[in-house]
Design a protein around this ligand. Structure first.
Ligand code: C5P
Length: 222
């Protein structure tokens, strides 16, 4: 089998994107960060004063919005209407507001459509919250990646330190828990493990070990 669709879902800061990027590289697949699409939508709504909880208003805005990825090393760039927002979509403000926007059903339908187009040709590793359950229910490989909230807050803390951000650990932990709660309890395609997904608890695993495990699962499917 050639050019598989690989779906990697799980809660915030479970290591999905780090792993997905490396797995994609190994198989020469495209990597698609679907969280970046919700983040870019949120950023634009915030900076153009579109109410974040207004599905019609945000959907209308989306009709005139392009979100694209540009391959680059070491980090793939995210372009919003042609402008590089790779860093801007990681701000605290966007992070803490994105779950409000991702609750909107028309917004989800539109972004889901765009994701399916990107994944359609296969040879893709897509990470998010609802890829295995809703975006690509027929994906060849589905991984559900989890880790304890303490471990995830510590990983985020270390990532932040490298970027010169010093949010206290307990604040990060609360932010992660709040976002997971919103993502898991929303009405439309909430964060949940697909029945046919392989669950990977990465709490005490190294990145390399997780990458190797996912690659093994892909090899077995090819
Ligand atoms: O993965 P990341 O933390 O960048 O995702 C940001 C937010 O986008 C999530 O907290 C969630 O609200 C939303 N999201 C989603 N469905 C996806 C990917 C992300 O609802 N497939």
């Amino acid at each position: 089998k050639q050019g598989l669709q690989v779906a990697i879902d799980g809660p915030a800061s479970a290591g999905k994107s780090t792993v997905a990027k490396q797995v994609a590289k190994r198989f020469h697949y495209v990597y698609c960060d679907t969280g970046a699409m919700y983040r870019a939508t949120t950023l634009k709504a915030m900076s153009t004063n579109v109410p974040l909880d207004d599905d019609d208003a945000v959907s209308a805005m989306l009709e005139e919005t392009t979100i694209t990825f540009r391959p680059a090393d070491p980090v793939q760039r995210v372009l919003l209407d042609g402008e590089d927002v790779t860093m801007a979509i990681r701000s605290e403000a966007v992070t803490n507001n994105v779950s409000t926007v991702s609750m909107l059903s028309n917004v989800r339908a539109e972004l889901t459509e765009r994701m399916r187009e990107i994944a359609q040709a296969g040879g893709i590793v897509m990470d998010g919250r609802d890829i295995g359950t809703s975006v690509l229910p027929n994906a060849d490989v589905k991984i559900f990646m989890v880790a304890s909230v303490d471990e995830r807050a510590e990983r985020r803390f270390k990532d932040n330190a490298e970027k010169g951000i010093h949010t206290p650990l307990d604040v990060l932990k609360t932010e992660i828990e709040t976002r997971d709660h919103k993502d898991s309890t929303r009405k439309v395609s909430p964060l949940t493990q697909a029945e046919d997904a392989v669950r990977l608890d990465t709490t005490s695993m190294s990145i390399d070990a997780v990458v190797n495990r996912v690659c093994e699962i892909i090899e077995q499917t090819i």
